[in-house]
Design a protein around this ligand. Sequence first.
Ligand SMILES: C[S@@+](CC[C@H](N)C(=O)[O-])C[C@H]1O[C@@H](n2cnc3c(N)ncnc32)[C@H](O)[C@@H]1O
Ligand SMILES: [Mg+2]
Length: 257
Amino acid sequence: MRNLTEIGGRRLPFLRWSAVRMALGMRHLTTHWQVGDGREEALAQHVVRTAREGDLDDVIRTIDAFSYERSLMMHVGDEKGEILDAAIRRAAPRRVLELGTYCGYSALRMIRAMPAGGHVYSVEFLAANADIARRIWAHAGIGDRVTVVVGSLGDGGATMAALEDEHGFAAGGVDLVFLDHDKNEYLPDLERIGARGWLRPGAIVVADNVRVPGAPQYRAHMRERGGAGWATVEHETHVEYQSLIRDLVLESEYQPG
Ligand SMILES: C[S@@+](CC[C@H](N)C(=O)[O-])C[C@H]1O[C@@H](n2cnc3c(N)ncnc32)[C@H](O)[C@@H]1O
Ligand SMILES: [Mg+2]
């Protein structure tokens, strides 16, 4: 019943004010990467104030509750988060590359499901989001297991060079990639990663929001390349924190040559 709003005893779907604000703010969201009403900063303050310090589970629970009950947000969320958790357990990665940090929620989940000693490198376009994520990770006690790199893989090479020179990225060194940033950049960025040879054979690439907002070129590419470089499973699921809107998460295993 979490997605229903009660008016006069009747439950009506999708009338949550925060969802309406998020829809109205879509234009702002896709150009500024925050909803525009301060909900990301409010989340960071809420986590620090109310979640148990050093308790990763409680921080994840607190973010989910905030996103259901107070302000809809664009974390991968609890339902799709379980698909991500399972992929992480399958890959048992030592090095994860995430594109799109936002407030750091998916990185929290990945760290929780990874073997001890594994590290997440998360690339985020917006410095304000990177700062919020760092504060939330520090509160959860996992600040030393995740590094946010402010930039984008499509910036002409500076961010990729930083990943190689400062963070030890090298051929065959990446075990799992989580794509959750600009949907038009999924395929170009995967090709940039491929050109550097960072993926090890058997590495897994998880892509969120393939149906909503949608990454049709990426999906077509993975379908065409089935059996020739990639083996893909399409997970039918729902948009984050919405039980009635369908979404798709792709999980692709890299099988070169
Ligand atoms: C959907 S949110 C990520 C949610 C996060 N992965 C989670 O589940 O908690 C997308 C984020 O990607 C960032 N972003 C957008 N385009 C980007 C790009 N080209 N490179 C890096 N980050 C980008 C946005 O600033 C935004 O914070
Ligand atoms: Mg997403």
